[in-house]
Design a protein around this ligand. Sequence first.
Ligand code: CTP
Ligand code: MG
Length: 237
Amino acid sequence: MKTNSVWAIVPAAGIGSRMQADRPKQYLDLDGKTVLEQTIQRLASHPRIAGIVIAIAEHDSWWNNISLDFDCQLHTVDGGDTRADSVFNALIGLADLTDPNDDPWVLVHDAARPCLRLQDIDQMLETLCHHDVGGVLGIPVNDTVKRVNDNLEIEETVCRQGLWRAATPQMFRLEMLTKALTSALEKQLAVTDDASAIELAGFQALMVAGHPDNIKITVPQDLALASLYLQQQREEA
Ligand code: CTP
Ligand code: MG
């Protein structure tokens, strides 16, 4: 009998190369806390999340300096070479922490997305709790989309009907996601998100409409934007 317990997994073992900072982007300051603290604090404050497993890079020297203050269980595992490897390690870590019969829901959420709204988590849990597979928080594409060649010459306008940007959290059952990722990694298939592994395993995940301020901090300008979004969220509350 599967339970309705929910765990979060946070891949936080990247180097943030596109951010070009002196440290991995999850340790940059965002409104007086690190990006990673903001992200974890938010997940931990959701009443349905039983615990969080965080993948930290093996030689990370920043993790021990951050301060976290909440009741939620927190466990760390070593990250891997790619995001998929880091998530995989966290799934194995989580399996050790939970009863094999439970097969909890897992919300995989990027450390680099600190502006996730608790209402978006509610929306996912509500939409997906009876779903056979699970799903992904995303945003419809609203720009006109072009396909270009190597010389940046426009080849065509891609019809944006049905095109969505996949964000996180991505919510799946522990066992299904572990099997799907294991298979994708064994076959050395490139999976840039968790849903890709689920798709390759032949399952159909659902898209859940999220709020567009759930940005992934990727390039330097994103920090100011994230700060603005957090301020806006505080004013709304
Ligand atoms: N991540 C991870 N392990 C890796 C690579 C990425 O846990 N080996 C995490 C990152 O820390 C981030 C999330 O996966 O929270 C999304 O990845 P991305 O935004 O690409 O972060 P980085 O890989 O750190 O950045 P970049 O691609 O610019 O180097
Ligand atoms: Mg990356």
